[in-house]
Structures are given as structure tokens and as C-alpha cells.
Design a protein. Structure first.
Length: 545
């Protein structure tokens, strides 16, 4: 599906209205013929540029900005002017631009959202819209296939940013389009403004949200219930992706809605699939089966329990009894090893609260449990110390070490540390980008276990098949599909994920797997095509003019 002006112009806009519509505008690239047909004569400078020339001009200017936040703003304004060019530039330079459009720079953009605000994008639905949410949603001008929604309470590792969290659903939907070709017209970012408990924001004159503290309890639940029902009333069948909700709501909302409405939580389920794929790749190197792994997590939140749940499902699928699989996953939180004897454990940790003597810290837990893999999802930087990494290298010939916390400052260890402290034996994946590492004549190329390998393809597969819900089986299939695309030469250089520029191929493959799973499980609203891969590929938006 290409960014064709006529095909995208159902209302047959003309003249200035075309130039002001970012979904139609091509700026100086409108051809002579289009200028005649669309009434653009005189409204543009005479020379017709190619899209490649426009992209080059934009990139040359972008690269002159030393401050990444200025780059973020420049990309945003291009997004507001000309979507096809924005996505063309993003797709062709995904390695360079993803860290600006999404983590880590989007975090900074959310912190400064009020100051850099220029034009609204997406929808803000406030607690005061209660009773009227469906009508508010009807103000959106297009039919919608996918919604990314946050309430801003836990933005990345940055905490409660209230309505300033809008940068996250906007950035995430950019990646749905860039990485999986979901048409931008189908994408709707939403921020639910239920207040914020961030006092600095409440006192910030530029803050974009309501000046009140967070609504909680029954009032919050009723608001979410009305919102979820309204999404399906106004946009029937739309996929709803929960994003950056705090722990106390994230698990609850996922369980409440996942079977009722096509929905998922990327922080829990997308993270799980990307980490499991990395584990599959690591096991291709060690040659050991999944069922023999013992995984110790630093952190016991959405990422940790999500990953642990999917590893358990994968172990069970490989023949291990569930009870045994559970005992091969262990969590350490800020109070030490999560064990049965601990009181006041949050509900989401209980599944992994095993009957075991306590351990106060991570190193002690490693010595006691002798894990084959450690996964850092604590959002606390530097916590995989030299002693910890060396202990893993003492226990294992090839220790699996994933330092997944974001942003870079929160990473449990750097790639360089992981390789150096294990004499190059670590099988390493990271949550933040790290440069290649030279060690004793070998170059290691660490790759980011970025959720963007998974969620765009899952979304595309769900839309293509009209999935009624998104199941664990779909995430497991997505993990297999991703791992399958890792080549032998990737593995030889220590890369546990494919190169990011292959992302559209990766997403198409995952989408086909997810759609097939929907057809197989009787969850699809659309008829099964003869060739699922070709079917999903044919639905991908191509940002070239
Ligand atoms: P979360 O808030 O749900 O969980 C954080 C957990 O860490 C909590 O259980 C907390 O108790 C624990 N913790 C805090 N301090 C600790 C300490 N000193 N020692 C041990 N545990 C401690 O957050 P989350 O969604 O699980 O995300 C955690 C981190 O993982 C974030 O930095 C996030 O950006 C990152 N993440 C990365 C990816 C990825 O790379 N693909 C995906 C999701 C999340």
C-alpha cells in the first residue's frame, strides 16, 4: 500500500487543504500533473523535488542539531507536515532515528513535553469527560484500527509524568507504522488524564494536563471501563495497547480486558516475547535446552513477571511440568529474593514466591541458586557489578546476561563490562543501545532487545486477521519468529537479535505468525487467506510517494 495521494484523499481535498493535511501533503514533491489536478499551481515553489532529495535535505538539517531534543522536535514537526516523508526518513534510518523517536530521547521529550508543545497529536481524554467518552472519541476524524493508551503514571523508568506521557503513545504508534507498515490513518494515540501526583508538574505553568491529583479506586476503574467500552462502540474491533500504566493497574487491567477486547500490554507481554527470543538465540549458542535453564531476575515488576510467565509457558510447551517450570524462574526485588516466607508481597509476585531460604541481595541469590541466566529489569543502573558478572562466569561457561533497563543510565551493566568481566564469554542483550565492543581481537556487536522487534508485528497480525483477542500463544509464536530470523553470522558476533534495518521483514514474519495463530484458534474475524505472509505484506503502508 503506497503513500498515494489520490488513494488517501477520499474527501477529494484541493489546494491549501491538501498542503495542510499531513496525510496528503508531499510539499515540493507534488508532480506537475498533481499540481494541476489538486489546484496547487502557485502554492508551491516551481521545482519538483524527489522524495529522496527531500529526505536528504531534512536529514542534513537534522544532523546539524547537537541537542537530541531539538532533533526530536524537528522530527515531530516533519510528522505534522508530511507523514509519508516522515515515515520514509524513519524507515530508511531506523538505527539512527528510533532512539530519538522512542527510547531513550522520548523520555526527555515527555519530561519537557509542556515546553516543547507545538501541535496536539492524538486525543486527551480527561476524568472530566466521564459520561461522555464515546462522544469525545467521535471527534476523531478517521476510522481507527489501533489505539495506544497510557495514563502517564509510570512513563519508562521516569515515574508519574501525567498528561506529559503523551510522547509515549505517539512515539510507539510511529514505530507501528515505521516498523510494520500499519497505516498512520489507522493509528490513534490516547492519553487518559486522571490527574498526576507529580507535584513539580502540578506547579509547572507549561504542564499540559489537569491540575489535580490522581483519581484512584472505583472512580478510576469506572472511568477505564467507560473508556474501553467506548473504544469498541466508536471503533469496533480496534486493538487497544496499554502502555506505561503503573504496576497496581497494569496487571489488573490486562487480566480484566484481554479476553473481552482485543488488547495487550506491551510492557508485560511485548517485553516477554522479545526477551524470550533473545534467550532462544542464546541457547542456539550454548546448545542447551530451554527446560534446563534457571533464570534469575533483578526486578520483580511488569517486565520481570511478564518475561517469567512466557518462559514458563515455553518450558511447559517443551514438556516440563508447570510446577517445575515455575521453580526455574526466580525474582529479586529491592528487598531481596522473592520467597514464600516474605510478608506483604504484591500479588503479581506471588507465583514466583518459592519455598526457599531468603537471600538479602542479588549476589547471594546467585550463589545460592546458580542461575544460567540473569535478566536485569530493575530500572537501577550499575546493579550488575563486576563481582556479580564474574560469579556468573564462574558458574557458567557461557553466562546469559541481559541488562534490559532503560534509559542507558539505568542499564544494569554496559556491554563492554559484560564482555570484559567474562573474558568475552557472556551472551549479552541490552535494553539501551551500546556500541560494538573490541576485546582481544574480536568484535562483539551487542543488540538491543527492543520491544519494537515484537509489538509492531503483533499489531499488524491482529489487524490483518481481525483478531478478537491476543493470546500468549501469539506472543510465543512471535518470539519464535523473531529468533528464527537471527542468522549464524549474527550469532558469531554475539548478536542475539537481527539487525534493526531488517525490521519490516521481521514485522511481516511476526504478523503472519500472529495472524495464523488467530485463524488456528478461531479468533479471527476475517477469512483465512491462501498465503498469510503475502496477505500481511500487501497491507503494509509504504511511505514512498
Ligand atoms: P516496574 O516498575 O514494573 O518494575 C521494576 C521492579 O524493579 C520493581 O519490582 C521494583 O521493586 C524492582 N526494583 C527497584 N529497585 C530495585 C533494586 N534496587 N533491586 C532490585 N529490584 C529493584 O518496571 P518494568 O516495566 O518492569 O521495567 C523495568 C525496567 O525494564 C525499566 O527500566 C524499563 O525501561 C525496562 N524495560 C526494558 C525493556 C526492553 O529492553 N525491551 C522492556 C520493558 C522494560
Amino acid at each position: 500500500m503506497s503513500a498515494n495521494t489520490n488513494g488517501n484523499n477520499p474527501g477529494a481535498k484541493r489546494g491549501m487543504d491538501v498542503l495542510r493535511d499531513p496525510l496528503l501533503n508531499k510539499g515540493s514533491a507534488f508532480t506537475e500533473k498533481e499540481r494541476d489536478v489538486l489546484g496547487l499551481r502557485g502554492l508551491l515553489p516551481p521545482h519538483v523535488h524527489s522524495q529522496a532529495e527531500q529526505a536528504q535535505r531534512f536529514l542534513t538539517n537534522l544532523r546539524k542539531f547537537p541537542d537530541p531534543l531539538d532533533k526530536f522536535v524537528a522530527l515531530n514537526s516533519l510528522h505534522d507536515r508530511n507523514e509519508a516523508l516522515y515515515f520514509h526518513v524513519l524507515c530508511e534510518n531506523i538505527d539512527e532515528l528510533q532512539p530519538i523517536v522512542y527510547t531513550p530521547i522520548v523520555g526527555l521529550a515527555c519530561q519537557r513535553f509542556g515546553q516543547i508543545f507545538q501541535r496536539p497529536r492524538g486525543m486527551f481524554i480527561g476524568i472530566n469527560d466521564r459520561g461522555n467518552i464515546a462522544n469525545v472519541l467521535r471527534n476523531w476524524p478517521h476510522p481507527v484500527g489501533i489505539i495506544v493508551v497510557t495514563d502517564g503514571e509510570r512513563i519508562l523508568g521516569l515515574g508519574d509524568l501525567g498528561a506529559n506521557g503523551m510522547g509515549i503513545p505517539v512515539g510507539k504508534l510511529s514505530l507501528y507504522t515505521a516498523c510494520a507498515g500499519i497505516h498512520p490513518r489507522l493509528c490513534l494515540p490516547i492519553t487518559l488524564d486522571v490527574g498526576t501526583n507529580n507535584v513539580a508538574l502540578l506547579n509547572d505553568m507549561y504542564y499540559v494536563g489537569l491540575r489535580q491529583t490522581r483519581v484512584k479506586g472505583a472512580e478510576y476503574d469506572e472511568f477505564i471501563e467507560e473508556f474501553m467500552a467506548a473504544t469498541q462502540e466508536v471503533f469496533p474491533g480496534a486493538l487497544v495497547q496499554f502502555e506505561d500504566f503503573a504496576n497496581h493497574n497494569a496487571f489488573r487491567l490486562l487480566e480484566k480486558y484481554r479476553d473481552r477486547i482485543c488488547s495487550f500490554n506491551d510492557d508485560i507481554q511485548g517485553t516477554a516475547a522479545v526477551a524470550l527470543a533473545g534467550l532462544f538465540s542464546a541457547l542456539r549458542i550454548t546448545g542447551t535446552p530451554l527446560t534446563e535453564q534457571k533464570v534469575l531476575f533483578l526486578g520483580a515488576g511488569e517486565a520481570a513477571t511478564g518475561i517469567a510467565d512466557l518462559i514458563v509457558s515455553a518450558m511447559v510447551a517443551n514438556g516440563l511440568p508447570r510446577e517445575q517450570a515455575l521453580r526455574q524462574c526466580w525474582l529479586v526485588d529491592s528487598q531481596g529474593l522473592v520467597v514464600k516466607s516474605r510478608t506483604k508481597l504484591a500479588e503479581h509476585k506471588l507465583t514466583y514466591a518459592h519455598d526457599h531460604p531468603p537471600a538479602q541481595d542479588f549476589l547471594t541469590a546467585i550463589k545460592m541458586l546458580k542461575p544460567t541466566a540473569i535478566i536485569g529489569v530493575s530500572a537501577v543502573g550499575g546493579t550488575f557489578t563486576q563481582e556479580i558478572v564474574e560469579e556468573m562466569a564462574r558458574i557458567n561457561t557461557q553466562p546469559i546476561i541481559f541488562a534490559l533497563s532503560n534509559p542507558t543510565s539505568q542499564s544494569e551493566c554496559t556491554a563492554e563490562e559484560a564482555y570484559r568481566w567474562t573474558n568475552g564469554r557472556a551472551l549479552f542483550a541490552c535494553g539501551s543501545p551500546f556500541d560494538p565492543v573490541q576485546l582481544e581481537g574480536k568484535t562483539f556487536v551487542p543488540r538491543q532487545g527492543n520491544n519494537s522487534y515484537i509489538f509492531p508485528g503483533v499489531g499488524l497480525g491482529a489487524i490483518a486477521s481481525g483478531a478478537k483477542s491476543i493470546t500468549d500463544d501469539m506472543f510465543m509464536s512471535a518470539a519464535h519468529a523473531l529468533a528464527h530470523l537471527v542468522t549464524e553470522s549474527d550469532l558469531e558476533q554475539g548478536s542475539l537479535y537481527p539487525a534493526l534495518p531488517r525490521i519490516r521483514e521481521v514485522s511481516a514474519s511476526i504478523a503472519a505468525t500472529v495472524a495464523d495463530s488467530a485463524y488456528k484458534q478461531g479468533l479471527a474475524r476475517k477469512p483465512r487467506p491462501g498465503d498469510t505472509l503475502r496477505d500481511v505484506e500487501s497491507q503494509m503502508f509504504d511511505p514512498r510517494y
